[in-house]
Design a protein around this ligand. Structure first.
Ligand code: A2P
Length: 348
C-alpha cells in the first residue's frame, strides 16, 4: 500500500514546509507522488524537491481528493479550516500548528516518546511545539527511570521559529544597524537584532505567554502524566536556527549526573555532548541541520535533594518541526495507519 501513497505538504513555500519536502526526499519517504500547496499568492511558483522542483498549487477546499497524507505547516487558521476538510476526504493530517494540539481527539506525538498514541488517531495528528519536542525527547528517559516531579525551563529560541518572516527580520535589522539606519520592527514588537525578547506568541490572562503555556500543557499531554509540573520562560534571541534550553529537573528518585549521561547517551534521538574540561557543550551554531537533540552541561542541582540541570539544543525547523512530522508519517506507514477510520469525527 505504502508505495502508492500521495503525500501533500501544505505551506510548502514556508521555512518549515521547505524543510518538510527536503526531509521527505532525504529519508526516501515511500510516496508515489508528492504535491506542494500554499496560498493563492504562491500558486504556480516552484519549490525544490531533491534535484527536481514541484509546482506549487493553491490550497482549496477540494484539494484533498486523492491525497492520503498531508503535512501541514501553514499557520493555525489554515489548519483550523483545512485539516477537518482533509480528514473528511480521507486524508490523514500531521499538523504543525498549535490549532489541534490540545484537542482530545488528536494525538500529540513525538515518535521517540509516545508513538503508541498514534494508534487511536481519528484523522488529525498534532506535531508539538518546537521547544516542547526537544525537551521531552530528553526528559522521557529520565522520567521513566527516576520519575520527574517538576521542570523549570528557560528557552533561547531562534527567529526561524517565527517562519521565513522572522529570519528576514533579523537579517534586515542587522544590515540596517551596520549601515547606520534605524531598524524597522515588522514582525516582533521590539528590535530582535542584538537583543533578547522575553515574549513569544501572545500574553495570556495569567501573564505567561502562549508559548510558555504550550510547553507546560503539551509536556503533560505527551508524557501522559499530569503529576509532572512544568514552568517556563520563553525568550527569543538573535539566532537564526536552533533553539537552546536551560532545563532544571527535580525527580522522585535520585539520579546522578553520571547516571543521566549514560541513560541519555542510550536514549533514542538524543546525543550527549558534555565534557566541561574540553569545553564541549552543544551550541545552536553547531546543531544546524542535525537530527538529534543534543544534551550537555549535565550537573547536579545542589540546592535540592534530587535535582539535575542540563542544556538542550536542537534544530527547531528540523527535529522541532519538519523531521518530527515526517517521523510521525513514517510511524503511521509502519503501523498501517494511513487511513481515516471515521470521516465524520471532525465535521460532525
Ligand atoms: P504563501 O507563501 O503562499 O504565503 P512561514 O511560516 O515560513 O511564514 O510559512 C507559512 C506557509 O503557510 C507558507 O507556505 C504560506 O504560503 C502558507 N500559507 C499561509 N496562509 C495560507 C493559506 N491561507 N492557504 C494556504 N497556505 C497558506
Amino acid at each position: 500500500m505504502s508505495e502508492n501513497l500521495t503525500v501533500a505538504v501544505v505551506g510548502a513555500t514556508g521555512a518549515v514546509g521547505r524543510e518538510m519536502l527536503k526531509t521527505l526526499h532525504d529519508r526516501a519517504f515511500p510516496a508515489a507522488r508528492v504535491r506542494a500547496f500554499a496560498s493563492a499568492r504562491s500558486a504556480g511558483s516552484r519549490v525544490p524537491f531533491g534535484d527536481d522542483e514541484l509546482v506549487v498549487e493553491e490550497l482549496k477546499e477540494d484539494s484533498f481528493a486523492g491525497i492520503d497524507l498531508a503535512l501541514f505547516s501553514a499557520g493555525g487558521s489554515t489548519s483550523e479550516k483545512f485539516a477537518p476538510l482533509a480528514a473528511a476526504a480521507g486524508c490523514v493530517v500531521v499538523d504543525n500548528s498549535s490549532a489541534w494540539r490540545m484537542d482530545p481527539r488528536c494525538p500529540l506525538v513525538v515518535p521517540e516518546v509516545n508513538p503508541d498514541a498514534l494508534d487511536a488517531h481519528a484523522g488529525i495528528i498534532a506535531n508539538p511545539n518546537c521547544s516542547t519536542i526537544q525537551m521531552v525527547v530528553a526528559l522521557k528517559p529520565i522520567h521513566d527511570a527516576a520519575g520527574i516531579r517538576r521542570v523549570v525551563v528557560s528557552t533561547y529560541q531562534a527567529v526561524s521559529g517565527t517562519g521565513q518572516k522572522g529570519i528576514e527580520e533579523l537579517e534586515r535589522q542587522v544590515r540596517d544597524l551596520f549601515n547606520g539606519r534605524d531598524p524597522e520592527n515588522k514582525v516582533y514588537p521590539y528590535r530582535i537584532a542584538f537583543n533578547a525578547l522575553p515574549h513569544i506568541d501572545v500574553f495570556l490572562e495569567n501573564d505567561y505567554t502562549k508559548e510558555e503555556m504550550k510547553m507546560v500543557n503539551e509536556t503533560v499531554k505527551i508524557l501522559d502524566d499530569p503529576s509532572v509540573k512544568v514552568t517556563a520562560t520563553c525568550v527569543r534571541v538573535p539566532v537564526f536556527f536552533c533553539h537552546a534550553e536551560a532545563v532544571n529537573v527535580e525527580t522522585a528518585k535520585k539520579m546522578t549526573p553520571k547516571e543521566a549521561r549514560i541513560l541519555l547517551s542510550q536514549a533514542p534521538g538524543v546525543r550527549v555532548f558534555d565534557n566541561p574540561r574540553e569545553l564541549l557543550y552543544p551550541m545552536p551554531a553547531d546543531c544546524i541541520g542535525e537530527d538529534p537533540v543534543f544534551v550537555g552541561r549535565i550537573r547536579e542541582d545542589e540546592t535540592v535533594d534530587n535535582g539535575l540541570n542540563m542544556w538542550i539544543v536542537a534544530d527547531n525547523v528540523r527535529k522541532g518541526a519538519a523531521l518530527n512530522a515526517v517521523q510521525i508519517a513514517e510511524e503511521l506507514v509502519r503501523r498501517g495507519l494511513v487511513r481515516v477510520p471515521d470521516r465524520t469525527v471532525f465535521t460532525a
